[in-house]
Design a protein around this ligand. Structure first.
Ligand code: GTP
Ligand code: SPV
Ligand code: MN
Length: 616
């Protein structure tokens, strides 16, 4: 029975049903009873596998089709009337053509199935940040995941009242045919359509589709920001709290940083990290002139491989109850889950993510095809499970940001950390970000590509206008956060990570926060302010870069070094990206920063090298 009298909702549900032609419509009220019944039904149909109730209570495993394991960027469209408004950063389709195509594909595709109506809120219902969505879907997996990732149920419909507006999301899994897979966004109509997928970011429409692509467009028009950022809180020994947001591309360390456990001597002093969010931040100007952020989600859709007790204790702990695992391996000895990096010992009896028995003897770390879990396998876990979830997690007003951090996977060039000279320079740094691609999207991995603000796949409009929006936000706040860039992924010549990363990133975070309070030194370099090696606390740091080679202060010096030659090349590369990929609409402020970077690098260009040149 319909749970609302909102005529727009009723109309949307009716239209969706006429299109999909399901046998039955079920409204999701978010009650524990209804959710439990859906889990039972999914176990019966084989869509979910029930895991060991003692070891992993209320946890389930789901396997997707092998052609449906990640976001599909080349099948993701922004459908604006004017092609230019989608920008060169997006695939574009004419909205009329897109609706027609989607209708053709989805028509009758729910026959014999149930269509679920999920009323959900991104953000705490009642907060001025919150926005409501309705997703219709023919997948129980989607219902159960949305129920973890967002705030689902009748309270969302109540908040809409009789004629409130909402974001429409239509999902039909159809035949999961990769050739007919489309993830379409209509920012001008507040509408999302997703067909022929049943995987994470393609179908949990509250997440990337709404909370980033549609929301970034709304933010541009309404004066706020939707960003691919974690939010964390640092508690100082004296009880003071500071908040930081950080944008890293997919599978580049947001969940890990958000849940970091500081090294022992910090804990002993009384430092603590708390998680507000691990993937998305909605940011607004506060009356106090600062930027305030909330996490619009309610759970974590985290990367499983590499997660273990040491790398991310808090994430692992979050998966111990009420969690849905997607495409991990099943340990049949005790009906628990396994993935590469969970333990050093390989399980003896395991079913791999494709549903076949797995032979540990054939496992080769370097060959992804021998993995038991898919490299982009994930857990969907309620945020309330997280031992370090912030008391501000449910805050309606959000948390004030002291710093914004950008970062990516860069084997060379980019130092461990540096600070922007000012807001606009920080925007330039974000706009110029590059990172190596990961398994979070289909396509080749390890390829260096531009990913401004980690938003390349998620900006729902023209990237040049997005940069301009960042500049404008800076003009409107009197006390903006300082902007930094980090790189946990610098490699030595053999490809080993030089920086220990994970919990030891606290050492960098400490410098960043001290800079925000003018309590730490830095050297001004052509690219911005960089710490001296002595400015980073290395107490008790014990890390083996490779067998027999322990991390020492010289390694820190190396990963803090700025090579002006490499940065001149980087500047050329950025110019090429601006000119060829974004084209017009790059704000003048960013061109000015690029010019400064070039001049700065030319000015310091190695006198030592010049003298060798002469000798040559
Ligand atoms: P999405 O959910 O796709 O947006 O990813 P994310 O940014 O939250 O990335 P996540 O924290 O899940 O990390 C992805 C991968 O990076 C995992 O395999 C981690 O083990 C690895 N990783 C995270 N932090 C570090 C770090 O500090 N150093 C190194 N070397 N690897 C890291
Ligand atoms: C990402 O790819 O950045 C994710 C996973 O967080 S997904 O929800 O699939 O987009
Ligand atoms: Mn993400």
């Amino acid at each position: 029975m319909a749970l609302t009298k909102n005529s727009k909702v009723l109309e949307f549900v009716e239209e969706s049903a006429q299109l999909g032609q399901p046998d039955k419509i079920v409204w999701i009220d978010g009650s524990a009873k209804q959710i439990a019944a859906l889990k039972e039904e999914a176990v019966k149909s084989g869509e979910l596998i029930k895991l060991n109730e003692q070891l992993l209570p209320d946890c389930y495993l789901h396997r997707t089709k092998v052609n449906d394991v990640a976001r599909v960027e080349d099948r993701t469209f922004i459908c604006t009337k004017n092609r230019d408004d989608a920008g060169p950063n997006n695939y574009w389709m004419d909205p009329r053509q897109a609706y027609e195509l989607a209708n053709e594909i989805a028509r009758g595709s729910m026959k014999g199935r149930t269509m679920y109506v999920i009323p959900y809120s991104m953000g705490v219902v009642g907060s001025s940040f919150a926005k409501i969505g309705i997703e219709v879907t023919d997948s129980i997996y989607v219902v159960l995941n949305m129920n973890i990732m967002t705030r689902v149920g009748k309270q969302c419909l109540d908040a809409l009242g009789k004629d409130g507006d909402f974001i429409k999301g239509f999902h039909a899994k159809c035949n999961v045919d990769a050739d007919k897979r489309y993830i379409m966004h209509f920012p001008e109509d507040n509408t999302i359509i997703s067909v022929n997928s049943a995987y994470g970011g393609n179908v949990l429409l509250g997440k990337k589709c709404f909370a980033l692509r549609i929301a970034s467009y709304l933010g541009k028009n309404e004066g706020w920001m939707a960003e691919h950022m974690l939010i964390l809180g640092v508690t100082y020994p004296d009880g003071e709290k500071k908040y930081v947001a950080a944008a890293f591309p997919s599978a580049c360390g947001k969940t890990n940083l958000a849940m970091l456990i500081p090294p022992k001597h910090y804990l002993e002093k009384g430092y603590k990290i708390e998680t507000v969010g691990d993937d998305i931040a909605w940011i607004r100007r506060g009356e106090d002139g600062r930027l305030w952020a909330v996490n619009p989600e309610n759970g974590f859709f985290g990367v499983a491989p590499g997660t273990n007790e040491h790398s991310n204790y808090n994430a692992l702990k979050s998966t111990k109850r009420g969690t849905i695992f997607t495409n991990v391996a099943l340990n049949t000895d005790n009906m628990t889950v396994w993935w590469e990096g969970l333990s050093k010992e390989l399980p003896e009896h395991c079913i791999d993510w494709t549903g076949k028995p797995w032979d540990p003897a054939k496992f080769d770390k370097k060959d992804k095809s021998t993995c038991a879990a898919h490299p982009n396998s994930r857990f969907t876990a309620p945020a309330t499970n997280c031992p370090c979830v912030s008391p501000e997690f449910d805050s309606k007003r959000g948390v004030p940001l002291s710093a914004i951090i950008f970062g990516g996977r860069r084997a060379s060039t980019t130092p461990l950390v540096y600070e922007a000279r000012d807001w606009n320079h920080g925007v330039f740094i974000g706009s110029a970000m590059s990172s190596e691609t990961t398994a979070a999207a289909t396509g080749a991995t390890g390829v260096l590509r531009h990913d401004p603000m980690a938003m390349k796949p998620f900006t729902g409009y023209h990237m040049g206008d997005y940069f301009a929006h960042w500049i404008e936000m800076g003009e409107k706040v009197t006390n903006p956060p300082k902007i930094f860039n980090v790189n946990w992924f610098r490699c030595d010549k053999d490809g080993n990570f030089m920086w220990p990363g994970f919990g030891d990133n606290m050492r960098v975070l400490e410098w960043i926060l001290k800079r925000c309070e003018n309590k730490a030194d830095a050297v001004e370099t052509p690219i911005g302010f960089v710490p001296r090696a002595e400015d980073i606390d290395l107490t008790d740091l014990d890390y083996e870069i490779k067998k027999g080679k322990k991390f020492a202060i010289d390694d820190l010096k190396e990963i803090l070094e700025i090579d002006a030659d490499k940065w001149l090349k980087e500047a050329d590369e950025i110019e090429g990206y601006y000119k060829n990929s974004i084209k017009d609409r790059i704000p003048q402020e960013l061109w000015d920063c690029l010019e400064t970077l070039k001049n700065n690098c030319s000015a310091v260009k190695k006198p030592a090298k010049k003298s060798t040149d002469k000798n040559d």
